[in-house]
Design a protein around this ligand. Structure first.
Ligand code: AHE
Ligand code: ZN
Length: 369
């Protein structure tokens, strides 16, 4: 199968739109025709060369929606024509992780996924006869992609894929972190560091959880309007203060917040997010992806005195089990996805979508194939 794809040939270089070859799905694999995809900071992060798992050339992309084209041997949960959202956090339902009841992380395909390969150690993509790697088990920047069956959530055919594709990463990560990781209770005071798609999704989750105060922190004040529209109550630009921002937040919240969320991937900000938490019970959740070699630090006394540092992937959401319900929530008006969509572009304009993200001008750009 020939497929239009945006290939990351080299770290730090723009993607190139080329025609690649995509092999038919093997056992337990599925070919999906991607109809819509968006670009997330993690794609840009991997393209930059800062991701220890980054391999090139690769077909990046992990927030998309499409239709099943064909299935490999032994695939039972989807059939051609089904509408699906690819999952970078698979759910096999059988591994130690899936059976633990403690995590949404699944080990079925994660090891090969991190190497840009399918589970048999090979790739389904090639260009001029040379292999091209997969990415995050999804590779939504190709019109035709091959993914593992366990990496697909089947969703309602009536759902608009150009919107629910956003549930493939940012929105689910943010909303899930509030509900599953922090388990925010009514009346809680929360701080959200970084007002991109994930930060806004955290704000939406906090509104749903009836948090009493939602403090957003960002250097780009242009982001505050949308955050306010979505329910944030306080707005802080750290560059306007001459002391650590955690001190400012502790002062304005009578001792600190109940929950904080780091949605940037900056290890200094992670420290602020922990240290703005209330002594005795405040919990800080790390959602941002930090660059290779970066480490977090704080005085252990911060933890001894009751603050908690946590993190989660994909908001702790089990994709195959829970995404269909989130799609229904969107269709019933209980999840807002429209507010995240700031731009629409054609797939071949994908590098422009990366630029909009870099410049902080977009939250999400929906690319149409
Ligand atoms: N490959 C990186 C880590 C990347 C990472 O942390 N990814 C997040 C998703 S980012 C979505 O935009 C995640 O959930 N990871 C869980 C997982 O299993 O990868 C590295 O540092 O090696
Ligand atoms: Zn993402």
């Amino acid at each position: 199968m020939k497929s239009r794809a945006a290939v990351a040939f080299k770290a730090g270089e723009p993607l190139q739109i080329v025609e690649i070859d995509v092999e038919e799905p093997k056992a337990k694999e599925v070919m999906v025709k991607i109809l819509y995809t968006s670009v997330c900071h993690t794609d840009a992060f991997t393209l930059s060369g800062n991701d220890p798992e980054g391999v090139f050339p690769a077909v990046l992309g992990h927030e998309g929606g499409g239709v099943v084209v064909s299935v490999g041997e032994g695939v039972t949960s989807v059939k051609p024509g089904d509408h699906v959202i690819p999952l970078y956090t698979a759910e096999c339902g059988e591994c130690k992780f899936c059976l633990s009841g403690k995590t949404n992380l699944c080990s079925a395909v994660r090891e090969t996924q991190g190497k840009g390969l399918m589970t048999d150690g090979t790739t389904r993509f090639s260009y001029n006869g040379e292999p091209v790697y997969h990415y995050m088990g999804t590779s939504t920047f190709s019109e035709y992609t091959v993914v593992n069956e366990v990496s697909l959530a089947k969703v309602d055919e009536d759902a608009p894929l150009d919107k629910v594709c956003l549930l493939g990463c940012g929105v689910t990560t943010g909303m899930g972190a509030v509900k599953n990781t922090a388990k925010v209770e009514e009346g809680a005071v929360a701080a959200v560091f970084g007002v991109g798609a994930i930060g806004l999704a955290v704000v939406q989750g906090l509104v749903k959880a009836n948090a009493s105060r939602i403090i957003v922190i960002d250097l780009n004040e242009d982001k505050f309007e949308l955050a306010k529209k979505m329910g944030a109550t306080d707005f802080i630009n750290p560059s306007k203060f001459d002391k650590p921002i955690q001190e400012v937040i502790v002062e304005m919240t009578d001792g600190g917040v109940d929950y904080s969320f780091e949605c940037i991937g900056n290890v200094e900000v992670m420290r602020s997010a922990l240290e703005c938490c209330h002594k005795g019970w405040g919990e800080s959740i790390i959602l941002g992806v930090a660059g290779a070699g970066k480490e977090i630090s704080t005085r252990p006394f911060q933890l001894v005195t009751g603050r908690v540092w946590r993190g989660s992937a994909f908001g702790g959401v089990k994709g195959r089990t829970e995404l269909p319900g989130m799609v229904k929530d969107f269709m019933n008006g209980d999840i807002d996805l429209e507010s995240f969509i700031t731009h629409h572009l054609a797939f071949q304009e994908i590098n422009e979508a990366f630029e909009l993200l870099h410049k902080g001008e977009s939250i999400r750009t929906i690319l149409t194939y």
